[in-house]
Ligand binder design. Structure first.
Ligand code: ACO
Length: 338
């Protein structure tokens, strides 16, 4: 976007100014930074860290990006649970690479959030003290190896459906982070599908294990898209700002349409007797989601909330020496090159 008073030298990220001052537009007319921001959003241009932005836009991005980053790092736990028990060396190597990718996604996203004038420490503190959320989906247990396949197929599949439109988010650093994340998620989704296919075509016991995993992960995956549109507090404003490009229900419908033929190809059944093609709407109809369960999980009362956050806090404490060593190294290196 055209920045009214763009600094030329790189500076540390700071919170954008709250009170816009009027500047001269191209025709010499007085143009407020707010008008420049609105015009950039309307023209589908990217808002960059040093551009003026409304405080509510900044705060909403911090909220969403932080929640997204937290989901990536908490999301490492359910799958990491299976690294030592993967059924072959090949599966173990793939799973380790995938879990490392999720850590990387968290790092890109924390970096994107930092461009909005918040620190990573502050965000992690909010996660550890329950003041910021992470995705509901990671509060479910991974009971069998098939859950790793179901997470790849359904959870990463839902993540891609939700995140591909975020590559066109109006905020530049978030949109750019999403491009790489989506490429990697696409690989994750395929590895999950392939792992489930192997089980589905295996022994009757393996097939049953794959079906059981799909039975348990299907509904929570649909909840990942967030509450129904009429209960989504942020959607309307986020869509007006082009942070979100589609509503929660719209993306959920798209995901169901994608999954039904994939389940057929896998030889597995989606656990919803009301699932059927609606010729008139051109979409699959599906049964009612248990929103009471979703609210319970958000409140902290899901099957694994306690375990996930305890483990995260412990990992953070155990990693203190790494952060200290990295800071000491950076300080020493800085001195040596001065
Ligand atoms: N899990 C936890 N909280 C959720 C979820 C969910 N699945 N869905 C919605 N919420 C929360 C919202 O954060 C919001 O709470 P808040 O006001 O305290 O922040 C509240 O429920 C109301 O929801 P919405 O108004 O619909 O929120 P929003 O417009 O932000 O939409 C969505 C939610 C779709 C998750 C959006 O934030 C988004 O697209 N985020 C980026 C993607 C992401 O975070 N994915 C994480 C999982 S994918 C992965 O890590 C592999």
């Amino acid at each position: 976007m055209t920045v009214p008073t763009a600094p030329t030298a790189p500076t540390a990220p700071t919170a954008p100014t709250a009170s816009p001052a009027a500047t001269a537009g191209p025709a010499g007319a007085r143009e407020t930074p707010e008008a420049v921001f609105d015009a950039a959003v309307a023209a589908d241009e990217r808002i960059e860290p040093r551009d003026w932005m409304p405080e509510a836009y900044r705060a909403s991005l911090v909220r969403q990006i932080a929640q997204h980053a937290h989901s990536e790092i908490i999301g490492m736990q359910p799958e990491a649970n299976w690294i030592t028990r993967a059924p072959s060396l090949r599966r173990k190597a793939i799973l380790m690479a995938k879990v490392q990718d999720e850590a990387g996604h968290g790092l890109y996203l924390y970096s994107a959030a930092e461009t909005l004038g918040v620190s990573r420490d502050e965000l992690l503190d909010k996660l550890h003290t329950g003041r910021q959320k992470y995705s509901s989906i990671f509060n479910y247990p991974t009971l069998t190896w098939a859950d790793v396949g179901a997470i790849g197929w359904l959870v990463d599949g839902a993540a891609i459906t939700n995140q591909v439109p975020l590559c066109r988010c109006s905020y530049g650093p978030y949109a750019r982070a999403m491009v790489r994340i989506c490429k990697e998620e696409s690989f994750h989704q395929r590895q999950g599908y392939e792992a489930l296919l192997a089980l589905s075509r295996g022994t009757p016991e393996q097939h049953a294990m794959a079906q059981d995993a799909v039975d348990r992960w299907w509904w929570p995956s649909l909840m990942m898209f967030g509450p129904p549109d009429d209960e989504s507090s942020h959607s309307a404003q986020s869509m007006a700002w082009k942070i979100k490009r589609h509503s929660n229900d719209e993306l959920r419908r798209r995901f169901v349409d994608i999954c039904v033929p994939q389940a057929e190809a896998l030889g597995l059944t989606l656990p919803d007797p009301e699932l059927r093609w609606n010729e008139e709407r051109g979409h699959y109809d599906f049964g009612a989601i248990d929103w009471a369960e979703f609210r319970e999980v958000l409140k902290g009362d899901g099957p694994c909330n306690e375990q996930r956050i305890t483990q995260r806090r412990r990992a953070h404490e155990d990693g203190a020496w790494v952060r200290e060593a990295a800071a000491a190294h950076a300080a020493k290196h800085g001195e040596a090159t001065r």
